[in-house]
Design a protein around this ligand. Structure first.
Ligand code: IPD
Length: 266
């Protein structure tokens, strides 16, 4: 059984590693003309920077916590009782196209329960972090989801990838718009979810997302008083699942509109 002191050590270490990785990412972004960019598949970028940042994070966490396992977007990994789940650059297509909206996302899960979430945006120097039961903060300021209750006043981020059909995506866009909300797609699921935790947007939904993109953010949204669906159901850790996070006052409406998640308990 890992005690709270061990969790706090991991929380502090994750913040330090995220900042170090973020500094590296910012330097690489500012000098990206020398970086090799390719595609893993249609609309799915891979840059040399993703691998370099993941290598640094893997090394640092393995030095500090040799007993923990690691699951990363680039190098893969395995599910284990005590594990790190990392996306070295979330928002890779923004990074590759010169758009300064991307981050590093680090989650720690114990017995398949996400305990710690750290998301660092190196371009705005914002450190979003949370630990289960201990609240969530951005640069030290407590985070709280928005108090939205009416879709007509909401802005919802609807993530998109080529892993699901355009018809399915467009049906959700239509329903969200018809309910009166506005929507955006900014290209970083991790930041989109952190923004829900901080009340900057009222919900984030995507028909398929991977654990490294969303696990850290899920800890934050829950700690900030919001709703998150049961993302890890089935084989969510390795294969991904749909995601819905939302401010509590619009969670039920978004479950209905997106078809993701189940009834919010009163
Ligand atoms: C992607 C981004 C995007 C989301 C995709 C992810 P990547 O991750 O988070 O916003 O819609 O589902 O795959 O490729 O930038 O790490």
């Amino acid at each position: 059984m890992i005690e709270s002191e061990a969790l706090s050590r991991r929380h502090l270490a994750a913040c330090a590693v995220a900042r170090q990785a973020g500094d590296m990412m910012r330097r690489l972004f500012q000098n990206r003309s020398g970086i090799e960019m390719s595609f893993k598949g249609p609309q799915d970028y891979l840059t040399q920077a993703d691998a370099a940042v993941e290598k640094l994070v893997r090394q640092r966490l393995a030095e500090a916590f040799p007993q923990d396992k690691f699951l990363g977007e680039e190098g893969g990994g395995e599910v284990s009782q005590s594990m790190w789940v990392v996306d070295p650059i979330d928002g890779t297509s923004n990074f590759a196209r010169g758009i300064p909206h991307f981050c590093i996302s680090i989650a720690y899960a114990l017995d398949q329960t996400p305990e710690i979430g750290v998301i660092y945006d190196p371009m705005t120097d914002e450190m979003f972090e949370a630990q289960r039961g201990a609240g969530g903060r951005v640069n030290g300021r407590p985070m709280k989801t928005s108090d939205a209750t009416k879709m007509e006043y909401c802005q919802i981020e609807l993530g998109w990838s080529s892993r699901r059909t355009n018809d399915a995506y467009l049906a959700i866009v239509r329903r969200v718009l018809e309910a009166g909300a506005s929507f955006r797609r900014a290209g970083s699921g991790a930041l989109g979810i952190a923004y829900v935790a901080d009340g900057r947007s009222d919900g984030y939904a995507e028909l398929h997302i991977n654990s490294w993109d969303c696990l850290a953010g899920i800890v934050m949204v829950k700690e900030a008083g919001g709703y998150a669906n049961d993302f890890l159901a089935g084989d969510g850790m390795l294969k991904g699942n749909p995601i819905l996070v939302a401010a509590p006052g619009v969670a039920q409406a978004l479950i209905k509109l997106t078809g993701i998640g189940s009834k919010v308990m009163a």
